[in-house]
Ligand binder design. Structure first.
Ligand code: ZN
Length: 206
């Protein structure tokens, strides 16, 4: 599988660029802030962007999705976080940084299966960090957003966070295979097995 990551932005958010071997297309997960540089990465890789997926609607993951998408690309986000594009203050009080508007916003839910760039991508609703946080699962790889990082987990202390939902989502993470790759929303990549063995925040969620 083609995998690249772009993280040169003020929050160190990982934008994952993914596609099947042999495909000329790519999917972008969490484009963050730098649409022009992301286009350059894809041009070098000779990949054409076909869709943008958002693990959640926080600014550092979703800000430039609308700019990058323009008129052509669909942007996929869970229905519970799609609200942020219409009413970010209502979605998360006090977290009122506006997002760039998205023309073709597609609302996804748990269990959806998306097909792009030669891949079949499963949508797993993993609320807690935000109400509509999702992980994307494809080819023994989980794009984990702000659910699990190498050695840490996402915050669940925003006004619209839920620590209880977070625990349930972490329990789901622990059902994955040890060999599965973890592509987190911030920081270095990992595997499920490594996090199960060494992540102190996963010890007491079972
Ligand atoms: Zn976040």
């Amino acid at each position: 599988m083609y995998q690249d990551v772009f993280d040169r932005n003020p929050f160190g958010t990982n934008c994952w660029l993914l596609g099947a071997d042999g495909s000329e297309d790519a999917v972008l997960v969490d484009p963050g802030f730098e649409p022009d540089e992301l286009r350059a990465v894809l041009e070098r890789a000779r990949r054409r962007p076909t869709a943008i997926l958002l693990t959640h609607a926080h600014l550092d993951h979703a800000y430039a999705a609308g700019v990058l998408a323009g008129d052509d690309l669909p942007v996929f986000v869970h229905e519970a976080d799609a609200v942020a594009f219409d009413d970010i203050e209502g979605w998360n009080p006090g977290f009122d940084n506006p997002l760039e508007p998205v023309k073709d916003l597609r609302r996804i839910v748990d269990g959806d299966q998306l097909s792009f760039a030669g891949m079949s991508i499963g949508v797993r609703h993993t609320p807690g960090h935000t109400p509509g946080h999702c992980c994307f699962v494809t080819d023994a790889t989980v794009v984990a957003g702000d659910l699990v990082f190498a050695g840490s987990i996402g915050r669940s202390d925003f006004p619209n966070s839920s620590p209880e939902a977070m625990r349930a989502s972490l329990r789901w993470f622990l059902t994955l295979d040890d060999a599965d790759d973890v592509l987190p929303g911030h920081g270095p990549r990992s595997t499920v097995g490594r996090e199960r063995a060494s992540n102190p925040f996963l010890v007491n969620v079972a």
